[in-house]
Write a protein that binds this ligand. Structure first.
Ligand code: PMP
Length: 445
């Protein structure tokens, strides 16, 4: 599989490990240099192991300092009198299946769609994706036969990608067809070919700061996606915009509103967008939303009628009162960015220092989101993951970024730098680099 994502690997190290006076690719090392490299990697690894570290970087969890940024949200509702939205709706009661109008408007502002096309729900967007696919499976979408009555239903999995998307497909017995992530989004040539098959019913996309590469789809990719004419009339792209406003600073990637592009071709039905405040306020206690075309909204609400009387509108109102508008939400994300950027910078600095120029690994340098994607190009990623674990560092399960947990090239590792403090992160990144070097040295001597 070609790996064309903008990974760095050739930056010159800022501080050279003792044995390298001249930077050289590992493959060009003499046997003597390889032996010295191995010796140093082993020594450093053993030192780390002796420290008895216990660091978990498996998931993209906000740090305690990030959670504290939203602490004032608890103060916005003090009594029953505060529980009315601007339309006079008492958010403590049942009703208003599509969510409080104020909350729909808040997210409409962030997503750039009319509020009528937003449904404000509970706390998890993943839950909403699961329910939507369940709906397509059991009752169908767009007036088509339920997917479970159709043969060999398939979805496109952009790889590396988000393990929980792949998990939903697995749960419903949907076959996943992998399409590689390139430097500006997924391989659109491949996607355009695959959607000629009417058993291909959709795909999972994280268009901004993709999990795990941190890459944002370019405008050209968005345009081609909007233009797609899948053979399946019930094709639906799961447009998971989990990181839509998650820039580290003012230099973030651009945001392209898929519905603006799809409208030109009359293809709004092809996309169902999901987002949440899991990484804005609290994961597990934020607000999740769906944005979709008129007809998709109608079908989703019809299904929800059987599913729930109304979602947690008090939490919706809390978010409305706390943020008021999209601009304030973006301003709030700046504070997250200030906490996250030094962590991503620390990892990049150590990767550059330890691995730069050696040609044994490559990694992404995202401008937002929650993840860095690292490819080990001269050793087994599984072995690296195990070495880290044995020395007290838990990473995302190696392989998890591919369908079925199997990375065909055994090279991708997802790094989640958000949770540990910078000092722990520096240790973790150094240990990871040493583990890579040890694995390379053991496998390539
Ligand atoms: N989508 C993506 C791409 C994610 O990375 C995550 C969190 N790791 C989620 C969805 C989960 O979102 P939620 O908490 O809203 O279910």
């Amino acid at each position: 599989m070609p790996c064309l994502v903008p990974y760095s690997s050739n930056a010159l190290p800022s501080a050279l490990p003792s044995i390298y006076t001249i930077m050289k690719k590992y493959i060009n090392f003499t046997n003597e240099e390889k032996l010295a490299f191995k010796r140093e990697a082993n020594e450093r690894y053993d030192e780390f192991k002796a420290r008895g570290l216990c660091i978990n970087m498996a998931r993209g969890n906000p740090s305690k300092a990030q959670l504290a940024l939203s602490e004032d949200i608890f103060a916005v509702l003090k009594s029953g009198e505060d529980c009315f939205d601007s339309t006079g709706l008492d958010c403590r009661g049942y009703g208003t299946l599509a969510g409080s109008t104020d909350c729909r408007k808040l997210f409409a502002d962030v997503l750039g769609v009319p509020f009528e096309n937003v449904i404000a729900c509970g706390s998890s967007s993943l839950n909403l994706m699961f329910d939507f696919i369940s709906q397509c499976m059991t009752i169908g979408i767009g007036g088509c036969e339920p997917w479970m009555k159709q043969k060999n239903v398939k979805f496109i999995a952009i790889v590396p990608g988000y393990d929980r998307h792949f998990g939903i497909a697995k749960h419903f017995g949907i076959e996943l067809v992998s399409v590689p992530m390139l430097s500006d989004g997924p391989d659109m040539d491949m996607i355009e070919e695959l959607i000629k098959d009417d058993s291909v019913k959709g795909m999972f996309c994280v268009p901004k700061y993709q999990n795990p590469t941190g890459i944002t789809f370019s405008e050209a990719v968005i345009e081609r996606m909007a233009k797609m004419e899948p053979a399946a009339k019930d094709f639906r792209a799961i447009w998971d915009n989990a990181y839509i406003i998650h820039d580290f600073d003012n230099d973030g990637d651009p945001t392209y509103n898929i519905f603006d592009y799809a409208k030109k071709y009359g293809h709004e039905d092809n996309f169902v967008e999901f987002a949440s405040t899991s990484k804005i306020t609290f994961p597990g206690a934020g607000v999740a939303v769906i944005a979709a075309s008129d007809s998709n909204v109608k079908e989703i609400l019809a299904r929800m009628t059987y599913q729930i009387i109304s979602y947690d509108k008090i939490n919706q109102l809390r978010h409305v009162k706390y943020f008021s508008n999209g601009k304030n939400m973006i301003a709030h994300m700046k504070k997250h960015g200030e906490l996250l950027k030094p962590k991503f910078d620390a990892v990049a600095r150590i990767f550059d220092r330890e691995l730069g120029g050696l040609g044994i690994a490559e990694w992404t340098n995202p401008k937002g989101g929650y993840f860095i994607s690292l490819n080990v190009t001269a050793a087994s990623a599984k072995k690296v993951g195990q070495l880290c674990k044995d020395a007290g560092l838990t990473l995302t399960n190696v392989g998890a970024t591919y369908p079925g947990g199997i990375d065909p090239e055994d090279k991708n590792i997802r790094i989640a730098p958000s949770f540990p403090p910078v000092e722990e992160l520096e240790l973790s990144a150094e240990l990871l680099c040493i583990a890579i070097k040890k694995a390379v040295a053991e496998e390539n001597l």
